[in-house]
Design a protein around this ligand. Structure first.
Ligand code: SAM
Length: 243
């Protein structure tokens, strides 16, 4: 499925806040006056933008406050140098991990390159409720390819990446339905090795890659592997810009 096939219902212009409409304007999403007879489309509900599928499914980032971390959790161990610092979430998607990163770091820069996914992400952050507001305030969103954005942004302590991986991934931070639909619209992230290379050039302390346990590590020279039940967090050291 191509993004250009996923239009935004025109009526959204009157129901979304002006600053959200302004934020979405850079995406140049196609507009339709009626829901299309087939294919996905974006509509507006009381709590922001929703992606509608042919089967009547509705997808929206679920911004609920993550459970508190305990010292042994693999993500917390992998992200240790980010405490009180800055993290770039280079593959923000529907923000399943972004809020967790905001529980650890002082600031999270969330990058997403797919316009439809970015629109859903920005809308969800705009409509955050009290329980997540303190975390959402730490998150800054950037539309674009992280491979380019990382070079332009101020250096972050940790760069986190969770590229789309081919199926067999049984569970993730997102419900399976959302993972399946996300995969339909973004496809596979086949440039993950290049993203890791650039991230290692620009990260100050480390790069953390989230991968399914059944996948081999993205590169051989990881310095730590923190395994959970379903996913693994691979830790890579910075190489500096000469690499
Ligand atoms: C597996 S999803 C991320 C899921 C996310 N961690 C979550 O928990 O919701 C991967 C996302 O990263 C985005 N992505 C992959 N490579 C990217 C890149 N180089 N720059 C920006 N976004 C990227 C894809 O468009 C997709 O939305």
């Amino acid at each position: 499925m191509q993004d250009s096939e996923i239009p935004l219902l025109e009526s959204c212009n009157s129901s979304l806040s002006t600053d959200l409409i302004d934020a979405l304007a850079i995406l140049n999403l196609p507009v339709c006056s009626e829901p299309p007879a087939e294919g996905y489309y974006l509509s507006c509900e009381h709590d922001g933008l929703v992606l509608n599928t042919d089967e009547g499914e509705k997808i929206q980032p679920v911004l609920s406050k993550p459970a508190a971390f305990t010292g042994k959790q693999p993500l917390l161990r992998a992200l240790a140098p980010a405490r009180g610092g800055t993290v770039i979430d280079a593959t923000a998607g529907l923000a399943g991990d972004t809020l967790k990163l905001a529980m650890i770091a002082d600031k999270v820069i969330a990058i997403e390159r797919n316009p439809v996914v970015f629109a859903l992400l920005v809308s969800a952050l705009h409509t955050a409720t009290d329980s997540t507001l303190s975390l959402v305030k730490k998150i800054e969103t950037h539309f674009g390819d992280a491979i380019d954005q990382i070079r332009k942004l101020p250096a972050a302590d940790v760069i986190f990446m969770d590229p789309m991986f081919p199926p067999k991934r049984k569970r993730s931070a997102l419900p399976p339905k959302a993972v399946r639909i996300l995969r339909n619209i973004v496809g596979e992230d086949s440039d993950d090795e290049e993203l890791l290379r650039v991230a290692r050039q620009y990260a100050l302390r480390r790069v953390v890659v989230k991968r399914p346990l059944h996948a081999s590590p993205l590169a051989d020279d990881h310095v730590a592997l923190h395994e959970g039940k379903v996913v693994r967090y691979e830790v890579y050291l910075p190489t500096g810009k000469q690499a």
